[in-house]
Design a protein around this ligand. Structure first.
Ligand code: ZN
Length: 269
């Protein structure tokens, strides 16, 4: 299903009539802010009385699921999640199409992006806070990966798309480390990502939990960083590779280190 196919009839069944009316009222009162969408997710910040919530509606296995930061208990969806759908029905074009924006930004040059970001920092106060982040630190990145993986339940019940998006944040930090010339720390991050991704698949017995695309990308970057690093700690890398190869989910995947080991060990002799 697609969000474009939703109508009021389908949405009303997700909560009580009273909640649906309250949700529509929040939209009328302009309490649904910062709306954005991807093909399978709608998200917004909803102000309900004194409380601000981040509410999202996702399409998972063809059905709708909601998540919200409010502590809603009881039947059906919370008012905030219903308000996101009410806002969508009311004005779909008010949701920022994040996927389209990302594709658009990918086409800009670095200097164009810098210009845009500086303009944002001039005009939007909140963006200054985001830009303040200090240079990434390896321990903090690895801890963040631990906490992301820790959010997956024992049955693997988590939205994998959301999980991958979070892991990609760690990946972006690793790329920044690499750009700063901190190649071994960048490689350590990629190793940790790969080890956790395959480790989790192994623990859960779900070899296809994460997308092939993510695994392929992590693997390629990891190999690339090994090739680029002139001060490579070969013993450490050999241990990393052995560790990954010992993962059942890795050996069942299409990835392998045969070429890398041939070149890598060959170079060492
Ligand atoms: Zn809520």
């Amino acid at each position: 299903m697609r969000f474009e196919e939703l109508d009021a009839d389908k949405i009303q069944r997700l909560g009580s009539e009273e909640q649906w009316l309250a949700a529509q009222e929040l939209v009328r009162q302009k309490q649904v802010h910062f709306r954005f969408r991807t093909p399978d997710r709608l998200e917004a910040a909803v102000q309900n009385n004194e409380n601000w919530c981040t509410a999202a509606v996702s399409i998972i296995d063809g059905g709708l699921q909601s998540t919200c930061t409010c502590q809603h208990e009881g039947e059906g969806w919370c008012v905030c999640a219903l308000a996101v759908l009410a806002a969508w029905l009311d004005k779909p074009e008010s949701f920022l199409d994040r996927t389209a924006l990302r594709d658009q930004l990918k086409q800009y040059s670095k200097s164009e992006l810098i210009k845009i970001i500086l303009e944002l920092a001039d005009k939007v106060l909140e963006s200054r806070e985001l830009l303040k982040e200090e240079s990434p630190d390896l321990d903090t990145i690895l801890e963040s990966i631990d906490s992301i993986i820790g959010q997956v339940g024992p049955t693997g019940a988590a939205e994998t798309g959301e999980l991958e998006e979070k892991l990609r944040l760690a990946q972006e930090k690793a790329d920044r480390l690499a750009q700063m010339g901190r190649l071994s720390e960048a490689r350590a991050t990629y190793f940790y990502l790969l080890d956790n991704v395959f480790g989790l698949e192994e623990d859960l017995g779900k070899p296809g939990l994460f997308s092939e695309e993510l695994k392929q990308e992590l693997y390629e970057e990891y190999c690339q960083l090994i090739h680029e690093d002139r001060h490579l700690d070969r013993t450490l890398v050999q241990q990393e590779i052995e560790q990954l190869e010992s993962r059942a989910a890795f050996s069942q995947s299409q990835l392998n280190f045969a070429d890398l080991k041939k070149n890598f060990i060959g170079e060492g002799e």
